[in-house]
Each structure stands twice: as structure tokens, then as C-alpha cells.
Design a protein around this ligand. Sequence first.
Ligand code: BGC
Length: 759
Amino acid sequence: MSIDISPETSNTAEKLTLEEKAALTGGADFWSTKAVGSVPSVAVTDGPHGLRKQDAAAGTDHLGIGASVPATCFPPAVGLSQTWDPDLVREVGDALGKECQAEGVGVLLGPGINIKRDPRCGRNFEYISEDPLLAGILGSAWVNGVQGQGVGTSLKHFAANNAEHDRMRSSSDIDPRPLREIYLRPFQQVVQKAQPWTVMCSYNRINGVYAAENTWLLTDVLRSEWGFEGAVVSDWGAVRDRIAAVAAGVDLTMPGGDHAGDAAVAAAVEDGRLALSAVERAATNVADVASKAAARRRAGASYERHQHHMLARKVAGNSIVLLKNDDAVLPLQADSSIAVIGEFAVTPRFQGAGSSYVNATRIDIPLDEIRASAPEANVMFAVGFTTDGSGDAQALREEAAVVAASAGTAVVFLGLGPRQESEGFDREHIEVPADQLELLEAVLAVQPRTVVVLSHGGVLRLAPIAASAPAILDGALLGQAAGGAIADVLFGTVNPSGRLAETVPVRLEDTPAYLNFPGENSHVRYGEGLFVGYRWYDARKMDVEYPFGHGLSYTTFTYSDLSLLADNGGITASVTITNTGERSGREVVQAYVSLPGSAVVRARRELKGFSAVVLEPGESRTVSVDIRREDLAYWESRLDGWLVEGGDYEVALGASSRDLRVTGSVTVDVDAIRIPLTAESTIGEVMANPVVGQLIGNLMGGGLAEADKVAGQDLGIDIVRMMASVPIGRMTAMGGEVSVEQLEQLLAAANGTPAPAAQ
Ligand code: BGC
């Protein structure tokens, strides 16, 4: 038995025994693959917003418990995604790749691009968006950045891992269209645009089948359909059955050290339960990744900690969303008197708990950074509340109110503590802690000029804050430079341009999966179908607190002169953006598309492209947004494939999903593929067919359109509509005007196939 280790490693190509090949399908230990023959070992580490490289001596784990080497903690995905800036995300990836090179890490375990289906998912802070296009674009940028440094990535968690509750057993039960159009689409985009070296299969089941045992997912879709060329790695502990996993398409089971499992894989080949080709595929894919990493390894590489910290600060500044700014409370004057209130101002919450937990190289304290940014200002502080409930809440509140009353402005830091959300469990509600709301009320009673700064990984119900505070900065989680970045935005050194990557609902009960989360008996029914995030609120015409894509600036922009051009590559939308305010600023131009009169169920509008522009006061520029044809396609279950419907697409450009400024319409040609007509196709479907549509009316006794008239007299009924849902085949049986032969000829003409020969 022999194996030729891929072209990438042709210089190390060699013969391996079955046992050696089987050994390559399991890791060596918690964080590395095995060295076998001349196949080198590769070190892997979490990811995604910084390295969590553990020292074996200090203990290893997948929950972020043990110590790890210091690394830059960039904004976690929840913050990073609010930049809506693929170039900046790529820069972060590039910096992470450099840190991996410096630490001898060959594969970084990220990005996490699962769709944020429900705000309660404990791991939403590690995911990008509720929208597949945004997740796909930013995920690709991250992968390209890291891999550009010769370090692999692991696209995770594949697939439909949208809750933490029961994550190692639960089945995500999803219909084909939402599965393809919402949950798999970002993975498809990243695989096809960026070819991550590895994909990590998730813990959960998909429609009853474990991801790690899912041949359809890991082989048919990922490899055959999408052309994935790398290795499939299991999530840590996701494999129950080594043999079933290898057979389905898992190449590397992690963590390693399961020697009995390796032996079982070899034995299964010997006794014919597992194809040798499956083990060879897995061994080759693992060897390829390891050899690629070794070939690109830059021994002795280092990185500048300060430089990476400053990049983390820039990114964090661009991640902050200005949700509200009544009476231009912000930016603050650098020489004013400011009351800074809240525990998070001195103990910032800047990342989430669990496997992604980074031991930051340094931590910017917001209070210190505010003082450093405004040395002339009189900055006072009161803690106001504690996240662990220690201290006398009322006394803390009263003290804060006194400080707030004596200042010109109050800046109140609110949010969730690390115990309130984490990997491993979901939240039960989305409320801001009650003591914090009481504190805000006490501050607002004495200080109307109050700015709220929010830190949180999952969406919060902001109604009580939005109703009373004049200004809100949403920091989500901003990484180790959060303090400096918040100061930059508070004083206007950075003009905020972040945009929500997730809708803020009015209340939890409004959310799309409210009644179907987190499921029961290890099944979650994705009953909301395609209507995830803004797709749901828009379809149901519901109010939201802050819409998807929302984010204000210290300047203002206008949109004019929309032009739309469609060709085979998709649609190009161009619009003139003008900065009508007094500061330089960045506008994220979002393109939402819909197809009125579509033959299938569709969202009211869907994000299909975006582009950003930086403009000086008074400056105008034309901005183009490219909408790719493949993103216009819907999943046609009858074809088991993607299909672009022809028609007049409506394209709306604007500053958020609910702030659409210019709208136009453009005709897009239908895909050449057609859904074949059969005797089970309805009269309506046959009539819509461009080849035989006319014919059917004629065949059916002078035309259906005339059938609602008796002796030329209108009966006042819509017979065409009444008949539209009748399968055409029934017309032959119902003694109608269509003979079996005519029907066969009709279907053959519609499908472009030869008609059956006459008997
Ligand atoms: C997480 C993965 C992580 C792995 C290794 C798992 O529990 O789901 O995201 O990469 O542990 O720490």
C-alpha cells in the first residue's frame, strides 16, 4: 500500500504503511498533528481574534481556561464585522498571520462565520452577521489575510451550528432553501473565494446527521460541488466514530492522542469496512496542510507588539457604531468636564469567554485613555455598579449621580459581564442588567447630556436606553485597544463609521426564532426558514430598535444619480455620494435587492453588495457597488441547484436596510437552465413557460382567457387563476380538451426534448 503525498509535497513524497496513513488521520496531541515519516507536524491554535497558544506544560483545553502566550487581542468578530470593511479585516488577518509565524503556529482556527440566527446564542460574539453575504465577504478577507502570511485557517463551524445549547448532540433541522441560501452560502463563498487550508466540521447534527459523519455535507457539497481542496478538521471532540468520520470526509480528528482510534481506522480497512481510498484521501490532505505550513514557515519571525496594538486600536475605532446622537452631544469637547461612570470604564469588557479567549499583550483602560486624550478636561469617575453584585448598589448609584451632576457631560459604560454570556451556553434573555438601567436613570435625572457606551457580545434590548439617553455608542466587543478606540470616537479623532451587522430588535419576543430556540429533545426546527434577521422584520413589517446596517456619523451624506447596469456578471449600481457636513467621514453604501413578482418565496430585500467611500466636507464621488450574478440566485429545490430568475430587479441603495435613499429597477436575464415541465406541473407553471405558454391556452378549447365567458358574456370570475394550480396531466383524465399525445408533445417542446414516438 502506498500513497503519493500531493504535488505540494512532492519533494517529501514517500511510501507510507496503512498504519502510518491511519495515524495521520488523528492529531498528535491537543494542538498538533503527527509527524509521520517525512510528513512534518503542524501546530494549530485558536483563533479567531488573536492567538491562544497554550504551553503543554501549563495545561491544554478548549474552553479558554488554561494560560496562553501573550498575543494581540483584536476586536472579536462581533466588533470587527461592524467595520463593514474587507480591507481592514484583511489587515487584521495579515497581522494574525504574522503572530502565528512568530509563534510557530501553522494553522489558526478561524474565522467563525455561522449565521447569527438568534440573539441568545452564547457564541454570537465570535460570529460575523445575521446576513450571509456580509459573513462571506468579511470571512474571505480574514482568510486571505492570514493565508497571505503562509499560515492556514480553519473555516468554522461547518455547518448550522447556531446555538450553544446541546451543541454536541442537537440536530439543526432546516429546509433546503434556507440551508443553502442562508446557512451554507457564506461557507460556499469563503471556500470558493479564499480556499481556506482547512474547514472545521461542527459538533451538531444537520437534519439528523452529525456533521462529522455527514458525507453529503463534507464530500458531496464541500468538495464535489464547491471544489474545496484542503483538509476537513473535526471540532475538538466532535468525532464519535473514527471510521464513520473518515468515510464521510473528515481528514483530521482533533484533539489528537487517540491511538486506539488510529488503530481502529487501519483495522477497518483491513476487514473491508472502510475504503482504503478514504484513508489515503484523509492522510494526503493532512500531509498537504502540514507540508504547506512547513514550507512557508519563517523561522525566527517576529512582530512589533506596539504596531499590532495600534492596528487593534484603529480597527476598534472603525468598529464602533454611533447608534444615536441627539443634539450633537458627541463629539465631546476636549476641555469640558466629564463624569465617567461604570465598572467597564476601568475594567473593560473587550472579548468573550471560551476557546477564543486571548491573553492580551496589553489592555487600554477607557478612563485612562479618556484622560490621556483630553488632558485639559476635568475627568471625574464613579464606578456606579459592579458586575459581580458586590458593594451597596444604592450607594454606588447615588455617588455616580453626584459626580454626573457636577460635570458638563456624563459618559456611562454599560453592558454584559463575562459571566453573563459565553461559549458553551446560550442566554435566556437579552436584557441589560437591571441595576445598570437604574443607574442610568439616576444619572439622566441629573445630567441630560449623557452618552452611553455599550460593551457586549450578543445583542441587547436597548429600548430603555434608546428612549432616554441622547447619545449611544455601541462598542460590542472591541479587543485590547477598546479604551483608546472609545476615547478616539468620544472626542472625534475618529469619526464613527461602524454599521450594525445584526438587527437590534424591539424585544426578544419579536425575534424570528423566538418560538424555535433552542429546540427540544436535541432537535431545533428552523421554522422561520429564509426569514432570518432583517429578512424577518421586513417581511412582517415590524418595528425594530435599530435596523441592520445602521450607524450614524458626525457628518452627513446625500445620495443622488443612481445608475444601474446589468450584464452576465451581475449588476453594477453607481451612485453619487456627497459629504454635506463639516467633517471628513466614511459612508458605507449598502445595496439591497428584491424581485417583485418572483415565482418563489423571497425576502422583501436582501443585501447583495456594499462599498465604502471616505469624503472630505463638501466632496462628492461616484461609488460603484458590484452585485454578483451568483448572489442573485436562489436555491431551486426542484433542480437541486442555483437559479437566477429573470425579471425586473429592484435595487435600493442606502445607509441601512431601513434608510434606503435611491431606488431603481434593472432587467436581469433568466438562467438558461429551466425547471423541466412534467405532467405534474400546474397549468400556471405551463402557462409561464415561454415556449409553450401560449399554446396551452389554445389547446384547451379556444384559450383559457375566454373560458370565463359564456356566449361572450363575462361571468365575473377569474377562471385562469382558478385553474392555475391544476396539474396539467389531470386535464387528460378529466375529459378535457387535451389528449395524452398532445400533452406529451407539449412537454417535449417545453423541455426541448424529442416527443415520444406515436404508438
Ligand atoms: C470550539 C472550537 C475551537 C476548539 C479548540 C471547540 O470547543 O468549538 O471553535 O477551535 O474548541 O479550542
